[in-house]
Design a protein around this ligand. Structure first.
Ligand SMILES: *[C@@H]1O[C@H](CO)[C@@H](O)[C@H](O)[C@H]1NC(C)=O
Ligand SMILES: *[C@@H]1O[C@H](CO)[C@@H](O)[C@H](O)[C@H]1NC(C)=O
Ligand SMILES: *[C@@H]1O[C@H](CO)[C@@H](O)[C@H](O)[C@H]1NC(C)=O
Length: 443
């Protein structure tokens, strides 16, 4: 009996304790993560602090798969259902791995909305990971090459600058990458967000003594880059495993933690909570009273941003959110004003164009907000509406048009002068023509 009571009390205490601990599900998309590694390349024990932080700080449920074991299987999908929200791939090698983690599988995972962290290292040929990164536009050096910096005087590779290249992803920090760094060339597509640039005096050298051409030279190379696809799935590439190891974890924890937060969609995630437009004067919506040419219209949009630390949505404030009114070409591109929290939904910021006049042209118009900034989720909202022309009786009458006054005055003056002339002709005295008729008669 007593034991039973004691157990119940213990259970109640446990429940109370778990409720005190803040909720750890901080990603906006989910907390299922898979870590793939290979013990032949690196002992996973070297990354224990990273894995602990994934569990503690990021609140992820981390599964691990060790790929030197031939029996290990990597299942990212069960039929068409994605099994993980996040995938971390450490350098792995061998044919078994190439089959289990084919580039196609990784791409499908990204296309389906999964977030990927891929770490590459010199001297490990993770072909399928390289192929996957190449598809994204990130071209890591072949396995024979690694980055050196002969000017710095140390083997340790440093970034070109401690300043962050994208403040949405991470803030300024002095990162350490160790002496085994695989540099990459980046495509210039807008989905790629360069994060850490190699220093001007660094270049890639071949590990074997052949005269292989250098993959990157100077600031051409990058040590870390991020990618966000058009569906807002994210990927992070790091060219150094040592940056994540326990030896450097304390120094890198802050900045790398932010990069991981960004990749796991714990921050810089935006969503639109409401879009509306209406007549500026009456407040009637399009459904109540369709717009016609030259009507005054106002357009509003509300945008919220995910705050992973508080695990809730909060207003997103920026000064570069633009509205476009398009019919093939934009007729208007208006930078909207942030008006503070949306009165209908306090977790979002309300943006408004203020009143603008519809162009004097009828047809199908698109009311659009295309917010595509590097480092935050892409937003794209479109609403297509037919704008009618004026009805016969809706045109202004001639006397309301000041330009017409000139012509009206001309007509009036012609009429007046004709009437005046006739009046003068009829009433003029006969004596005016006397002299002429007399002469003619004499001849
Ligand atoms: C980055 O910061 C570290 C430590 O604060 C400093 O030693 C190093 O010179 C800085 N690097 C650059 C390029 O400013
Ligand atoms: C050395 O580099 C050459 C040229 O790229 C390559 O064909 C060869 O496989 C490399 N050798 C080793 C041992 O990596
Ligand atoms: C847009 O926002 C303004 C300011 O809150 C509000 O007065 C107006 O009614 C809104 N218009 C629409 C169409 O939601």
């Amino acid at each position: 009996m007593l034991g039973n009571h004691f157990l119940h009390a213990l259970l109640a205490l446990c429940v109370a304790l778990t409720q005190l601990v803040p909720c750890l599900a901080r990603s906006a998309t989910g907390d299922r993560a898979l870590l793939v590694f290979d013990d032949r390349v690196d002992e996973i024990a070297q990354y224990s602090q990273l894995i602990e932080s994934l569990r503690e700080q990021h609140g992820l449920a981390v599964d691990t798969v060790e790929l030197s074991d031939k029996a290990a299987r990597v299942d990212l999908f069960n039929r068409d259902i994605r099994l993980y929200d996040h995938l971390l791939v450490f350098p792995v090698k061998g044919k078994h791995f190439a089959k289990q983690l084919a580039a196609k599988k990784l791409l499908r995972f990204t296309e389906d909305g999964g977030n990927v962290v891929a770490v590459t290292a010199p001297r490990v040929a993770s072909d399928s990971v390289h192929q996957y990164l190449n598809q994204l536009g990130i071209y890591p050096a072949p396995r024979t090459q690694h980055l050196v910096d002969l000017v710095s005087g140390t083997d340790v590779i440093a970034a070109a600058s401690n300043a962050s290249l994208n403040a949405h992803v991470y803030s300024d920090a002095a990162l350490v990458f160790g002496d085994s760094v695989s540099p990459a060339l980046l495509d210039n597509r807008p989905q790629i967000i360069p994060l850490v640039q190699a220093s001007k005096s660094s270049f890639a050298v071949s590990a074997n003594k052949t005269r292989e051409q250098s993959w990157t030279q100077g600031a051409q190379g990058y040590i870390a880059a991020a990618f966000q696809n058009n569906q807002n799935a994210r990927a992070l590439w790091l060219g150094s495993t040592q940056a994540l190891s326990n030896a450097n974890f304390a120094q890198n924890a802050q900045a790398l933690g932010e990069m991981l937060k960004w990749t796991f969609q714990e921050k810089a995630v935006l969503k639109v909570t409401g879009v509306s437009h209406a007549h500026a004067d009456s407040g009637l919506s399009y459904d109540q009273l369709p717009y016609k040419v030259t009507d005054d219209v106002v357009y509003n949009i509300s945008i919220a941003q995910w705050d992973g630390d508080a695990a809730q949505w909060a207003p997103y404030v920026a000064d570069d959110v633009q509205f476009e009114l398009r019919q093939i070409d934009p007729y208007y591109r208006i930078t909207m004003h942030a008006l503070g929290a949306d009165p209908r939904d306090a977790t979002a910021e309300l943006y408004s164009t203020g009143a603008f006049k519809m162009p004097n042209r009828h047809g199908m118009f698109t009311f659009a907000t295309d917010y595509q900034r590097q480092g935050v989720s892409y937003l794209s909202e479109q609403d297509i509406k037919a704008i009618r022309h004026l009805a016969n009786d809706e045109y202004p009458r001639s006397w309301e048009i000041t330009n017409a006054w000139v012509y009206a005055a001309a007509i009036a003056s012609v009429i007046a002068s004709f009437v005046g002339f006739v009046f003068f002709f009829v009433t003029a005295p006969a004596s005016l023509s006397d002299g002429f008729t007399d002469d003619k008669k004499k001849n």
